[in-house]
Structures are given as structure tokens and as C-alpha cells.
Design a protein around this ligand. Structure first.
Ligand SMILES: [Fe+2]
Ligand SMILES: [Fe+2]
Length: 264
């Protein structure tokens, strides 16, 4: 197999960049550039979602990363109500931020959405009772629908879902059980099972577990940087995955870095 038949993806989330983070991430970002072809960012990219933090992150990424970057925002990126500005600043720096959209990079399809909370399995919160509960559940349903419509647009052989919140309980294991419902929801797992998704990356669960699988057997990786640092102290804090690109479907990697938006 030649080099162009495979694409290496580095995934990490929860950088929580602050206004004093200048230079902090350069060692890990330069390692990512050395080892990977694409960088996936799984949300909580900033700590309070301010424009100032986004500018620090944009500069860090521009300086340290020489490969395409695709990702989603996390709940922290919404904290200051400036998520559109954060997205704009990162987009200007060359990052593709997905919010219910899909794109193709080097022959790999990506569908991304922040996701939301609500709990797992039989403990998933239902839309019943007060308006507040229904609104909370509807937010999770809306995020699951956005994920589904993004996945539906992908035609590539390899399909990667990018989330901030977890779609399964296994990768939040290690967190206090009391907060499981706030770390993700099975509502995000349902669309993953309806499409041929190869890999799911998420963040948010800083004290969770590194990997699990969906009910249909799709590997799910929690790539929250604090968890990776703690679990694998001797390794750089990102997950590196190699995907084979199907050379027969006309979407094989060609070494170019163009990013194709798919659909609306
Ligand atoms: Fe986080
Ligand atoms: Fe988070």
C-alpha cells in the first residue's frame, strides 16, 4: 500500500484555550503536524468562548499546524454568547467548523455537530412534563437531527463523525455517575447506527474513558485532552488513527489539501 492510500487523522478536544495560552500548545501541535494528515478538533476549543481566546487559538493553530483542520465547537465555546464570532475567527484561520454540516478532506468524509446532553439508554431523559424539560430534550433531538442530515450527505468510503458530547455511556465511564446525563446522550447514537460511519470522535468527558463502541459496533474515541494526558502520560495528548482510502470510488487522497463542503 502506498502512502496516498492511507490518511492519518489526529483527534483532540478540550484544549480550553485562554488568553494566556500563547505558545502552550506548540509542542503538541507540531507533533500533530509531523504525524498526521488531518487534525480533528472536538470542541471546548476555548475556555469561555470569547473572541480574545479564539484569536489566541487561531494564532496557535496558524503557527503550529500545517495540515487541514476540521472540528466542532463545545459548550465552553458558547459560554459568552459569542459562538458565531468564535466560529468566524477560527474559520478565517483556516479551520472548518461543522455544525450539522459535512465535508470531505483527502477523500475522508466528516460529519460534525456539537451534540447535547440528556443521558444514556433507559435513563435518557424524555420530553414529558414541564416546558423546560421539553425544551432541554428538544435541543438534544435537534442536534441528533443535524448529525443525521450531515451523515446523509457523505458518499465517501470512510466516514468520520465529530462530536463534543458523547453518544455512548462507555466513554464517559470514570466520571461521577451523577453527571452522566450531562456528558452526552444516546439520542446522538441513533443516527450513527443508520449510516456506515467508521469512527466517532468526541470530547467533553475530561475524566471519562478513551474508547468504546456503539450498539452497532462503531468505534468511539473520547479525545478530551485532560483525559488523554492523565491516561497516557508518556504519549502526546491526541489520538492518531490511520484510515485506508478506497481507491476504487474516485475519492482517494491525492495529497491536496482542498476541503470540499458537501450539501447546504
Ligand atoms: Fe471540556
Ligand atoms: Fe465540554
Amino acid at each position: 500500500m502506498t502512502a496516498k492510500d492511507t490518511v492519518k487523522i489526529a483527534a483532540v478536544g478540550d484544549l480550553h484555550v485562554t488568553r494566556t495560552s500563547h505558545g502552550v500548545f506548540q509542542p503538541v501541535l507540531s507533533k500533530i503536524t509531523e504525524q498526521a494528515d488531518i487534525l480533528v478538533l472536538c470542541g471546548d476549543l476555548t475556555d469561555y468562548g470569547t473572541a480574545e481566546e479564539a484569536h489566541v487559538l487561531a494564532k496557535e493553530l496558524t503557527m503550529g499546524v500545517k495540515i487541514p483542520i476540521v472540528g466542532v465547537l463545545g459548550n465552553h465555546d458558547y459560554e459568552s454568547g459569542k459562538e458565531e464570532e468564535v466560529k468566524h475567527i477560527l474559520t478565517e484561520a483556516g479551520v472548518t467548523i461543522l455544525d450539522g454540516e459535512a465535508c470531505e478532506i483527502l477523500g475522508i468524509g466528516f460529519a460534525g455537530v456539537k451534540g447535547f446532553a440528556g443521558g444514556f439508554g433507559r435513563c435518557t431523559l424524555g420530553a414529558w412534563g414541564e416546558h423546560g424539560i421539553k425544551a432541554f430534550v428538544q435541543e438534544a433531538i435537534n442536534e441528533a437531527l443535524k448529525l443525521e442530515s450531515a451523515l446523509a450527505r457523505l458518499r465517501t468510503h470512510q466516514r468520520v463523525a465529530i462530536l463534543h458530547y458523547s453518544p455512548i455511556a462507555a466513554t464517559v465511564a470514570g466520571e461521577p455517575v451523577d453527571i452522566y446525563p450531562f456528558l452526552g446522550t444516546s439520542r446522538l447514537e441513533e443516527p450513527l447506527g443508520r449510516y456506515p460511519v467508521n469512527i466517532v470522535f468526541h470530547g467533553h468527558a475530561h475524566s471519562g474513558s478513551p474508547e468504546g463502541t456503539t450498539m452497532t459496533g462503531i468505534p468511539v474515541y473520547n479525545v478530551a485532552m485532560p483525559m488523554l494526558r492523565r491516561r497516557f502520560p508518556d504519549q502526546p495528548p491526541f489520538k492518531l488513527i490511520t484510515l485506508e482510502v478506497n481507491p476504487s470510488n474516485g475519492t482517494e487522497a491525492q495529497g491536496q489539501t482542498q476541503i470540499h463542503a458537501i450539501g447546504a
